[in-house]
Unconditional design. Structure first.
Length: 41
């Protein structure tokens, strides 16, 4: 159980570190298109 809790805490800490340490990371994220193909004219 200690291994499981330790791995979850490590993953959570790494995620928080990534979010706080790289402020321009949102510029590099790729998401879905806002317009769907059936609405384009």
């Amino acid at each position: 159980m200690a291994l499981s809790v330790g791995s979850v805490v490590t993953l959570f800490s790494w995620c928080i570190y990534k979010v706080l340490s790289i402020p321009e990371e949102t510029e590099h994220l790729h998401g879905f298109e806002q317009e769907t193909p059936d609405t384009k004219d």
